[in-house]
Design a protein around this ligand. Sequence first.
Ligand code: GLV
Ligand code: MG
Length: 312
Amino acid sequence: MSERSRSLPRRSCLSTPGSSDRFLAKAPTATADMSFLDLEDSVAPNEKVAARAKVVNAIRTLDWDARVLCVRVNAWDTPWTYGDVIEVVGSAGPRLDEIMMPKVERASDVVAMDLLLTQVEKNAGLPIGHIGIEAQIETAEGLINVEEICAASRRLETIVFGPADFAASIGMPVTTIDETIHHGPSNPFSYVFAKILMAGRANGLQVIDGPFLKVRDTDALRFAAGITSSYGFDGKWALTPDQALVLNEVYSPSQELFDKSYDILDAYQIATEKDRTGALMFGDEMIDEASAKIAHSFVARGLRSGMSRSTL
Ligand code: GLV
Ligand code: MG
């Protein structure tokens, strides 16, 4: 359902270990925009193969409503990737929207997945292009190549930052991913965020931030999520349903901003169509075509999140 899910909201992307029947059963009850069932790092090596059938069963039997539904497979340098894709897409393809690829390092990683998906779709009787791809950038090499990666396949829907693996890859002296990484004397993440955002946007992708590991501290999560939200990221991973609730708020425009954006669009339309002027005063701000574009993007983001205008 690549076309179905491409523009759906992903403010909160809930991670669920694919080896846990209990967590799988609970996942669809969380208020999350997107759910991904994990076959990678939250599954122990000796559970990898058995987890595939659990994930297939969860996709086929649970009610996932309209949310984006994804499975994270193992990376190409493991023995499991092709088996994950064949079993999951082959057996649960119709409701599955996307495959998430971890530790993507070069464009050819994505091209290989695209080719494999095409064969599996053919054998499963699915439309070609039905399954979208989410690519995680989690290593220095992946970051260096992110521009080519984002342009590698029309199946790509999102580019996702993986801060934990990334911190390991660059030798960052931290033992967890929490708000303190943003306060350090040097913070390489601001470069990372900007680079991933530009590469994603240049290719029409949604851009997603990864996990926040101090799962009980919602204030700290709100702070950390506010940083990538202020860059323009579309959402962030949630490790618990409570984290998802915070993220749904942080990555939606405030009602005030949403209403103001509509007001700007109204004022701009009157100015350009009736008064035939391109720049105008809106309160004490000068606005023009570029302001209308910004307002459009806030309105689109708010509508995508189910908001409605409260002023008219
Ligand atoms: C997510 O996969 C991460 O490594 O942060
Ligand atoms: Mg990772």
